[in-house]
Unconditional design. Structure first.
Length: 219
């Protein structure tokens, strides 16, 4: 710091001390009133904060944490394969564990489709919370979207159709039918949408709770 700046700070300090000294007795009685007023303000603010906190449920405070997404896929009567995406430490931590490539055969016209079932879990800190149950219970506010991107040229096509519906007859997307029409490979992007009061059967509205990409190959 330069000498000039130090001098300015010293002069300002001396002046402030003189002002404080001259006003000390004058403000003594006022301070008593101010302290009492501040106490009332603090008490009111504390009460207001407590009321605000109690107005929110634990779910609203913490939100939905999804660390694991499992896709079970297989033909009716067969043993399904399970493909898992997992990110236990969340955003900013270690890279998530990515799912293996989904490998399925072609479905001929009139043939039985593959049956898909999604499970959403919170496995952070060693616990096991099934978020899927909450999605089912609040089906009118949730929608699972599937976006298929074929890398084959020209695209052969893989259709994924939700088989479950909510009370308003809109798709939920936890249960699905997969119909691969020919040899193909690409990715399926799965999005869990939160759409309270605005669900309309499309992915264009609401917030995305979790998004996972599953690579696939039709053999």
């Amino acid at each position: 710091m330069s000498v000039a700046i130090q001098t300015i700070h010293q002069q300002a300090s001396i002046k402030n001390k003189q002002i404080l000294k001259s006003n000390f007795m004058k403000n003594k009685m006022k301070n008593k009133k101010i302290k009492h007023f501040n106490f009332l303000v603090f008490a009111f603010a504390t009460l207001f904060s407590a009321l605000n906190f109690s107005a929110c449920s634990p779910e609203e405070e913490e939100g939905e944490l999804i660390t694991t997404v499992k896709l079970s896929l297989g033909v009716a009567g067969g043993t399904p394969s399970v493909y898992t995406w997992q990110d236990l430490d969340g955003v900013g931590g270690n890279a998530p564990v990515l799912p293996d490539t989904i490998k399925i055969g072609q479905v001929t016209t009139g043939g039985s489709p593959y049956l898909g079932m999604l499970t959403f879990l919170n496995e952070q800190n060693g616990k096991m919370e099934d978020i899927t149950l909450e999605i089912k219970n609040e089906a009118k506010d949730h929608f699972v979207c599937y976006e298929v991107s074929s890398i084959t040229m020209p695209p052969v096509g893989l259709t994924i159709t939700a088989t479950d519906k909510d009370a308003n007859n809109l798709p939920i997307g936890l249960s699905t039918e997969w119909k691969p029409l020919g040899k193909d490979f690409g990715v399926v992007v799965v999005r869990l949408k939160h759409q309270p009061g605005i669900k309309n059967g499309t992915c264009g509205v609401g917030e995305t709770d979790v998004e996972v990409t599953f690579p696939y190959k039709v053999m």
